[in-house]
Ligand binder design. Structure first.
Ligand SMILES: Nc1ncnc2c1ncn2[C@@H]1O[C@H](COP(=O)(O)OP(=O)(O)OP(=O)(O)O)[C@@H](O)[C@H]1O
Ligand SMILES: [Mg+2]
Length: 593
């Protein structure tokens, strides 16, 4: 995660045709785009018209000392200026509006799509990478759609129109201008490249510093407990200094570039004025024509500069578009079947694992589960025990269909879980994980996640059933107390009781419990035990057991070892027939007093 965001800077630029797959996102806004284009054509042509107006003003008004004509020209120019302002407002607003909507639509679609991706996708993709696509890449696209493209269109019009008018005004002077173009453009392009390179360097350094800050701020307890403050401080300042130096390098090159641009452009204009001035003196052109000529040279050179600047944005956007359409094109591997089983599950929830073989996609060589066959009748409780890494949690993940078996099948009421619609299957299952996730928000919000349609009364009832009501009500704002990011304001036992309440409110047919290994104080322990006993009653339950009391209550105990069932039976049976079980019982099972 920490390194994901560092990849944002200096990402490869894309081929412009990569923008194409995202173009359908513009379709709903085509009327806006048409209106903006009309405004854009109007503004560009009025800018071009101004040069002619200037020529007219200089020759007819100033040259002939005619005040009335000067006034007339003044009012005409004022009129055009007002229209220009209105059209610019329209174009700017519409284009930015389209940019915002376009990117918001893409962000929503990408997020929605990611929500449907199979779990193993998230094992191979870093969160930082996905976040940077949603934030940075989307942002780059927004800049281009919401501004750069219209800037480019306007400047292309200005360039073409301005160039035609240059030729029309004085073909000879245009020839001189074009002799000067390479002298001005080539150094600007070369230094511009260096500026961009240094800019990417600086961004990369900043991203590294940010990634470092993010990782450490998220692990403050670890850092302070290891007394790493001076060490981390040093590492962060080094990165910030590196970022600052990279930035300063860019700034000094950029300053040189600006100075050079000013020198070259104004120098070139000066030369044009000098040559053109001689033409005026010799009478081959009028002073108005010279004025218009200088005006158009400024317009055309400005347009060239703007287009070259925008081109980089467009390339960056093409890269961003490629990465975003890649995400949108991902195919989820775990999906609901075309025709899901119609069978609605009312009372029964019997489960059968039928010769299940499974290995995690990332570990193709090592089976996590091998030849696993187990029948659990509706309403019964199975305790799973076994050494760490035996495959206990994997069984839960297969039931939830986070993964599909490589061969064999998991059956629910005799129907393969792959034949149920995913939401239906998962709505039947409640989980209390070992280390529950608490989302930022209130206790009420967190419990409601188990069933987002639950009423406030349901939430209170669930909290009570989970033995959580007392401690929740004792908090400053009761159930509406904000629990802090990741539930940092709660104890481990309290987090677990919220998770139990979340499972209670779901009223699931199947219950998956991963018992906490960490020791809880006896009061907590007792409260949780009671809550779990209430929860388990009447449901088909799989429990990864670490406590003797849980094991004793189970209908059958499954001893897992290296993905295989080593033995099944009751506690005393297993003690008799499995040395591994006897050893585990001695070392692992905490007797709850
Ligand atoms: N997402 C994953 N990708 C690859 N391998 C995994 C993944 N999750 C678990 N494994 C591997 O699969 C095996 C079984 O893991 P599992 O989590 O089911 O063990 P467990 O019995 O729950 O252990 P513990 O008691 O420590 O929680 C282990 O070897 C583990 O390293
Ligand atoms: Mg586990």
């Amino acid at each position: 995660m920490a390194h994901g965001s560092a990849n944002t800077a200096g990402r490869p630029k894309g081929d412009v045709k990569n923008l194409k797959p995202l173009m359908p996102y513009l379709r709903p806004y085509r009327l806006h785009i048409i209106a903006a284009s009309i405004a854009l054509i109007f503004t560009s042509s009025s800018v071009l018209g101004m040069g002619k107006g200037l020529q007219y003003l200089v020759d007819q008004g100033l040259g002939k000392h005619d005040t009335a004509l000067l006034n007339e020209a003044f009012w005409m120019l004022m009129g055009v200026t007002v229209l220009l302002a209105v059209a610019t407002y329209t174009r700017f607003y519409l284009v930015s509006y389209v940019g915002e909507r376009f990117v918001a639509d893409i962000r929503k679609d990408v997020y929605q799509h990611l929500l449907t991706m199979h779990i193993s996708y998230f094992e191979v993709t870093s969160t930082g990478e996905l976040l940077s696509r949603l934030s940075t890449d989307a942002q780059v696209l927004q800049t281009v759609i919401g501004s750069s493209l219209s800037v480019a269109a306007r400047n292309i019009l200005l360039f073409v129109g301005g160039f035609a008018l240059l030729l029309f005004t004085s073909a000879r002077l245009t020839g001189y201008v074009f002799l000067m173009v390479p002298v001005v453009i080539i150094p600007i392009i070369m230094i511009g490249r260096r500026v961009r390179h240094l800019g990417r360097e600086a961004q990369k350094r900043i991203a590294e510093a940010n990634a470092h800050a993010e990782e450490t701020l998220n692990a403050m307890r670890t850092i302070q407990s290891l007394a790493l403050e001076p060490y981390e401080n040093e590492r962060y300042s080094q990165r910030i200094t590196a970022a600052m130096n990279a930035s300063l390098g860019r700034i000094s090159t950029r300053a040189t570039l600006t100075a050079l641009v000013i020198f070259l452009v104004f120098g070139a204009i000066n030369i044009v004025l000098w040559i053109g001035g001689q033409d005026v003196l010799s009478g081959s052109i009028s002073s108005g024509q010279l004025s218009a000529f200088v005006f158009y040279s400024v317009v055309v050179s400005g347009a060239v500069g703007a287009i070259s600047e925008v081109w980089t944005d467009v390339q960056a956007a093409a890269g961003a578009a490629e990465r975003l359409s890649e995400l949108l094109a991902l195919k989820a591997e775990i999906i609901s079947p075309q025709t899901a089983s119609e069978k609605t599950i009312t009372q029964q929830a019997s489960i059968r694992f039928d010769h299940v073989y499974f290995n995690y996609p990332m570990r193709p060589e090592k089976p996590a589960i091998a030849d696993f066959t187990l029948d659990v009748e509706s309403g019964k409780t199975v305790a799973m025990v076994g050494p760490s890494g035996a495959g206990k949690t994997t069984i839960f993940q297969l039931l939830l269909r986070f993964y599909d078996p490589k061969s064999g099948a998991v059956l629910l009421n005799g129907v393969d879980v792959r034949d149920y619609a995913l939401p239906q299957l998962r709505s039947l299952i409640g989980i209390v994980p070992q280390d529950p996730v608490i989302f930022s928000g209130t206790a009420r919000d967190n419990i409601r996640l188990g069933n987002i349609h639950a009423s406030d009364d349901d939430i209170i009832a669930a909290a009570r059933a989970a033995s959580a009501l007392d401690f929740l009500q004792a908090m400053p704002s009761g159930l509406d107390t904000y629990l802090g990011e990741k539930g940092v304001q709660l104890s481990g036992g309290q987090r677990q009781r919220i998770a139990i309440a979340r499972a209670v409110i779901r009223n699931p047919k199947i219950l998956l419990l991963d018992e906490a290994t960490s020791a809880l104080d006896s009061e907590n322990e007792h409260a949780i035990q009671q809550a779990l006993d209430r929860l388990v009653a009447g449901r088909t339950t799989f429990v990864i057991a670490h406590r003797l009391s849980t094991i004793m209550k189970a209908d059958q105990i499954v001893l897992l070892n290296e993905g295989k069932i080593e033995a099944i039976g009751t506690h005393s049976e297993l003690l008799g027939k499995s040395a591994l079980y006897a050893r585990l019982a001695e070392l692992q099972f905490k007797t709850s007093s």
